[in-house]
Design a protein around this ligand. Sequence first.
Ligand SMILES: [Ca+2]
Ligand SMILES: [Ca+2]
Length: 394
Amino acid sequence: MPLMQRVFLFAAIAAIFVSVGCQKDEPPAVAPNVQFPIDINGLENEENRFFEFPVVLDQSTTRDITIFYETRPLTAEADVDYIPVQGSLTVPAGTASATITVEIVVDEYIEEDEEFRLVITGTQGAFLVDGIQEAIGTIINDDTFIGVSDNGHVSADSYPGKSLVWSDEFSGDAIDLGHWTYDLGASGWGNQELQNYTSSSDNAYVNDGKLFIVAKQEGIHYSSARMKSIGLQEFQYGRIDVRAMLPYGQGIWPAIWMLGANYPNAGWPACGEIDIMEVIGSSPNILHGTIHYGADWTQHNYVGQSTYLPSGETFADEFHVFSIDWDENGITWLLDDVPFYSVNASVTGSQPYPFDNPFFFILNVAVGGQWPGYPDASTTFPQFMAVDYVRVFQ
Ligand SMILES: [Ca+2]
Ligand SMILES: [Ca+2]
């Protein structure tokens, strides 16, 4: 075709296109690009229950656009941390934006900051920039309570020939100060321990029917709590059951124990010490039951025994019941109702036998010390002991 004819044909085709457009009096049906312009970071609270992800077209168009999308988990878990969605969205002709809403799960339990993806899986009438579009939703923790499952061993509500004389079920919404008071401070507690014991609700609180004692790292320091029933709840003899879930890790040292109520006058170890439960966090499947005694600290002596959970289990996995059965003849230690150690009233030999007097409870989580050693890079914080109940039957 001669050059002039080609130019004429091109001009004619162009004219047809222009005239068609003008006749309809609307822009040509372009296919816009679809974009997620932002990720969303939101605190996990009621005000942010709905994460609203804007979807924008780089231009409006004359026909409806359909966008197909779905959520996909990253560290956030579907149905646990957010309500998964999968669906389609119409962006009506003449508009250039829309919103996809994802509901997050709001609770009161501390969690890591967690992420999910919102992915555009396909479109009709539009293009995806770079072939894919996704936005990240980050759910930012704003909670302080620790959530635990109630799983684990449960002890009997009653025993033949005995009745419940006292218990704390931790079923209220605060620590019962008629039952417990606090040891405070960072003296090392005779064992070169690192923690500062506080009365802060950051370190001890009641929630969900449990007492939580929380050891926290605060810069180069550690805080925790040590609850005691001295002067408030003291007992001589009984079947004592304490249901608890324990912390773990190098340098972590939880204990459920008792001292003679004459401790302020008699001193330690003359007052006597009954360790119902001690676990060294670096061996989180080994339970130690021990007594300490001696006329004075220069004659301190102790005897005890350990028992083990099956390989692969730890006391941090679920609740266990730590018990003693204590009467005038001696003390028997039990784990989940199974006896693993006993002493009788001649156990102290030539030393005084102090275990025939009232004793008070101590519940604590120590950080560091001569026995457990010290936290290292493998130790994670916070660490907590959750106590479901303390019961005394006589
Ligand atoms: Ca939460
Ligand atoms: Ca409870």
